[in-house]
Design a protein around this ligand. Structure first.
Ligand code: ADP
Ligand code: MG
Length: 705
């Protein structure tokens, strides 16, 4: 046949791919030959050698050759007892149990004492010995065992109707096509430190898809083989380029040119009971410069919990208003949005500025009225939740979109708000609102520059003066009495406390129930202390009035679900109790803990846990006890959970890697940036193909359009 294939040839060119299979592959993002070649294995199985049973360890996947000693039918203990087939097997170096929960008559008859099997599976501790549950197996003869595989077996991400076996066949076919030299262009043809320049793209791909039997398995598992490094580098490069390009594209939009004399800013600053920290001033300068530039601002402001991001956002809003435009500020929860609304109203009313409030719970006539204010410009600042970017919300002239606690929003959501600057009456304008994006999930700078390379980046790296560090203790649930004493003492002294109930896996309604039960119990224990209860199921006005009475100090002890996680600011609260702390991620604990330590009093945080604790959980809680620094905590969190979880990219599609890991591979980032700049100068034509290769459709997802 000898058809001339290229990397972009569609998959029906391959054996075994008809229109149906093609469609299923497309759902996995696999549309052409190159996509298959860059669908990389995420782990390997080693069937290249037979492992003696005597050296097997828990957690290992291994190929073994064994003789059946005896077989037995047993019953599962729990509940409805079910039959199991157990095979006691040995190879002379040790013995092992093979366990089958599902088996048929024929298996039962053929798997007999004395036969020899070759098996592959995951070895684990059973009740009395090592065992493999449902191994893959086939019977072999004493003398004619077939040869073992000569390369490691790749394991790919699969999907409905796209099996492991299919993917192995397709990658196999595509690897053969690589013999044709021109199939896959190599864009990285100059030296890069840390990457072996002799390792061509083609040889790297061959190696990772089919590592030879002598391959250094440990290196492969640790993702530190040269072939892997070659690919990681290219992937980081492509991701970085993609974000850079996106940013260029955004910059081609126009944005309101905000030039004014800052009189509102001065007035506002004068009215504040404190001076801005140096860090706040610096970030404010960054923002003002952006706003005056006429190019859409895309600035991420990072600042640890309590560093004073809200004031900085308020200054940006004033700049927009002064210039005759509108500003919107969007927060992920009603409670936080409501708090911003209150703050902004208190701050801006004296300046004669109209602040409006919009949330999903505002309905009917009231909603109509607010929408009208937004569209006729009566509202100058609009504070709210996701409601702010819904399709029926029209702005008169939105110039600034502030997104608070950015990690709770998707990229598209924040872009949807920014696009509200397009004005329907004036459809020729292609304006984008300036974007100010705020986050308290601090990540290392180098990491931010890759994960958020489409954004400019400022840090508030200083807390307001006089803050006392929060002392954190980790206490077993059984010592609840002591904790109750503590709460009582604190409240008796006029301080206030939070009690946070967490039930991470359960439904929201169960969470609310748990909080309610706790609140009732605590109120019984403390008849003379006013206990409040707040959770996601309350109506907005109920939430608002509760927060108000906590703010005013009527409620002394506030029992809450994790709805108070972000943003809530009540400086008089100085004690925080978190139940089931072992179940929460570090960043979430840090956020919760950040609700205290905001006033003059020394604050305390009690992390309650249910024993026994896993090693992992012990390590996490110890970190919380040791440090108050959001940066340090975020770094640890990244190590423990990976960037996808921490940055929330899993939901947002911001950065998804095939082989790179920004934490593990952070050391490459300087080189990546350097090579990216080189490439843009020396071979700009290679940039799009590189991005298509690695980032593909995911990129279009976040484009402004
Ligand atoms: P976050 O960065 O977590 O959003 P906030 O904006 O809620 O922090 O600010 C936390 C608290 O610190 C608020 O009560 C705010 O009024 C106060 N604050 C902000 N800036 C300063 C400052 N420069 N000096 C003193 N207090 C400040
Ligand atoms: Mg905040």
């Amino acid at each position: 046949m000898e058809k001339k294939l290229s990397h972009s040839s569609d998959l029906t060119q391959l054996k075994g791919v008809g229109p149906k299979v093609q469609e299923r592959l497309s759902k996995l993002g696999l549309n052409n030959i190159q996509d298959i070649l860059f669908h990389l294995p995420y782990r390997y199985e080693d069937r290249t050698r037979v492992v003696p049973v005597g050296v097997l360890r828990h957690g290992q996947s291994a190929l073994i050759e064994v003789t059946v000693d005896y077989t037995k039918i047993a019953f599962t203990r729990k509940g409805k007892s079910r039959r199991m087939l157990l095979l006691h097997v040995t190879d002379g170096t040790g013995s092992l149990l093979l366990r089958f929960f599902y088996f048929n008559k024929q298996q039962q008859e053929t798997l007999k004492e004395g036969i020899k099997l070759r098996c592959f599976g995951d070895v684990r501790y059973g009740s009395s010995s090592l065992e493999i549950v449902h191994p893959e197996y086939f019977q072999i003869n004493e003398n004619t065992a077939p040869p073992v595989d000569d390369s490691l077996t790749p394991v790919y991400h699969t999907a409905d109707g796209v099996s492991q076996i299919l993917l192995r066949r397709l990658t196999g076919q595509c690897l053969e096509l690589l013999n044709n030299d021109s199939l896959l262009p190599d864009y990285l043809n100059f030296p890069v430190s840390g990457v072996n320049e002799n390792y061509s793209l083609v040889s790297a791909l061959r190696y990772v898809h089919r590592p030879p039997s002598g391959a250094n398995v440990n290196q492969l598992f640790e993702v530190s083989h040269e072939s892997q490094l070659r690919l990681i580098f290219e992937e980081l490069l492509a991701q970085h380029l993609s974000l850079k390009m996106m940013r260029e594209k955004n910059r081609r939009h126009s944005a309101a040119h905000l030039s004014s004399d800052n009189h509102f800013l001065y007035q506002f600053l004068k009215s504040l009971p404190f001076d801005l920290t140096m860090a706040q001033q610096k970030v404010n300068q960054d923002i003002l410069q952006d706003l005056e530039s006429g190019v859409p601002m895309m600035r991420l402001v990072q600042g640890d919990v309590g560093s004073g991001k809200t004031v900085v956002a308020a200054l940006a809003c004033l700049k927009a208003i002064e210039s005759g435009s509108q500003a919107a500020i969007m927060a992920p929860t009603e409670i936080l949005a409501e708090q911003h609304y209150k703050n902004f109203t208190a701050w801006f009313k004296p300046l004669g500025i109209e602040v409006a409030w919009l949330s999903g719970q505002i309905k009917g006539k009231k909603r109509d009225r607010v929408l009208r204010q937004i569209s006729d410009g009566g509202a100058q600042v609009i504070v709210g939740t996701h409601a702010l970017f819904q399709s029926d919300v029209k702005y008169k002239n939105l110039a600034l979109a502030v997104t608070d606690e950015q990690h709770r929003f998707g990229v598209q959501q924040r872009m949807a708000l920014a696009k509200k600057a397009h004005n329907e009456e004036n459809s020729s304008n292609n304006e984008l609102a300036h974007q100010l994006i705020m986050t308290a999930t601090p990540i290392p700078r180098s990491l931010a520059m890759t994960a958020y390379a489409d954004l400019d980046y400022s840090v508030i790296d200083e807390l307001p003066p006089g803050r006392k560090p929060i002392t954190t203790v980790v206490i077993q649930q059984e010592r609840r009495e002591e904790i109750l004493d503590r709460i009582y003492k604190a409240c008796a002294e006029g301080k206030q406390a939070y009690w946070v109930c967490t039930l991470v896996e359960e439904s929201e309604s169960l969470q609310c129930q748990a909080a309610q039960d706790t609140a009732e119990k605590l109120q019984e224990v403390f008849p003379d202390i006013k206990v409040g209860l707040i959770h996601g199921r309350l109506k907005s006005d109920e939430k608002a009035s509760l927060m108000q009475s906590f703010q005013q100090g009527d409620i002394k002890l506030l029992v809450a679900t994790t709805v108070i996680e972000v943003g809530v600011d009540v400086p008089n609260a100085s004690l925080m109790i978190i139940e089931n702390a072992e179940r929460l991620g570090l960043s979430q604990l840090h956020q919760l803990r950040g609700r205290v330590g905001r006033g003059e009093e020394a604050s305390h945080c009690v992390l309650m846990f249910k024993s026994p604790l896993s090693e992992h959980a012990k390590e996490r809680l110890a970190i919380m006890r040791k440090t108050n620094s959001g940066f340090e905590i975020a770094r640890k969190d990244l190590q423990l959970r990976g960037p996808g979880e921490v940055l929330g990219t899993r939901q947002t599609g911001l950065v998804q890697f095939k082989i790179a890991d920004i934490v593990r591979d952070e050391y490459m980032l300087d080189d990546v940036k350097r090579v990216a700049t080189n490439l843009i100068d020396s071979s700009p034509e290679s940039i799009k193909p590189l991005i298509d290769r690695w980032v593909g459709i995911a990129q279009q997802y976040v484009n402004v359009g």
